[in-house]
Design a protein around this ligand. Sequence first.
Ligand SMILES: [Zn+2]
Length: 375
Amino acid sequence: MRNLFLLASSLVLFGAGLFLAGATNSSQIRYVGKTKYLNNAHAIVSHTIDDSTKYVTQCINAMDKYDIKATIFVSTEQDPAPEDRFLTQLQVRELWPRLRQAIENGHEIGSHSRQHPCKRPDTEAWCSATYDDYEVVGSRDDILRLTQQPYVWTWCYPCGHCANYESIQKKIAAAGYIVARNYPDEPHDGHIRPDLQTWDTHPMNAAYTQVVQKRGGAAKSEIIDVANLNAKFDEIYQRGGIYNFMSHPQWLDYGEDGFYERHLAHIARRSDIWYVPMGPLYAYHTIYEKTEVRMLKPEKAKARFELANQLDPKIYSGSITLDFIAPAETIVLSNGKKLVAQSGPVTDHWDREYFRRDGEHLYVTAGSRTILEFQ
Ligand SMILES: [Zn+2]
């Protein structure tokens, strides 16, 4: 009799256990993984513009009209100015207030050296003599001194020269740059469409997708047919890739009827695209690869996770996004601070914390060294 009772009560307990397991599943938090792009965006648009010319301000204004985010490569001390469209040292100085405002709006300032040294052929001897601390480190320090930007992530080789030499790449990396954009083989039009559609595996000689600009410099041809330019973007967008395009502001037509703004209008304001400058884009990739996510004892919460990495927080200050399955009423805290739902586009900044719900998925965007607590 007693045994029967025990058996019956075990069955009841077993049944209750099953029921409980079913019930807790719907209130449980399940970690799915890190998302490839911030906020689980489907694709990326990244833009870079080169040179300290009098057209830089106009170009930034055009980008802001369409909320496109760029790395603005400036030569911090363009003197003597090689051509009348380039700025003198004094004029470069007058550019800084606009650049500081651009940083506030989610653009990045990158280094294009101090004096834009450029010489063909770019022999290794010439490159190592020219790429000295004055140009490589000095331009970085100019940007740090003259702006509120906490770090200078990105370098751009003037005229695309010297990018192929390992000794030069090492110098650029030693100065702390995490990515250096090239401009490959301009005499043979190699720079027009390198067709990179993701992160470059050689960040110190990093390519891009295509140029959007008129023929200039040593180029022999140009693509300013908007349908052609847009088709390349469409191809990458469909694939969920990285569309990274570059322009020289002095080789553009401005105004809504010009090819540049018509292309910007085509690629702009899509809710599933992360618009981000090149430096933070490469930083995200490293944060994504190096951050480890560990489940902690929940204690009083529903679940707790620790995000950790050994990265330098000054360089890798950007956020990372984690995908969870979580019930509707879930509250998330990052290091004790309650996160709010994402409002507005994610294009403005890359170091914010928020969450976004999509069906049963909860995309949590937070710093990469934090403790997430679910309540
Ligand atoms: Zn240049």
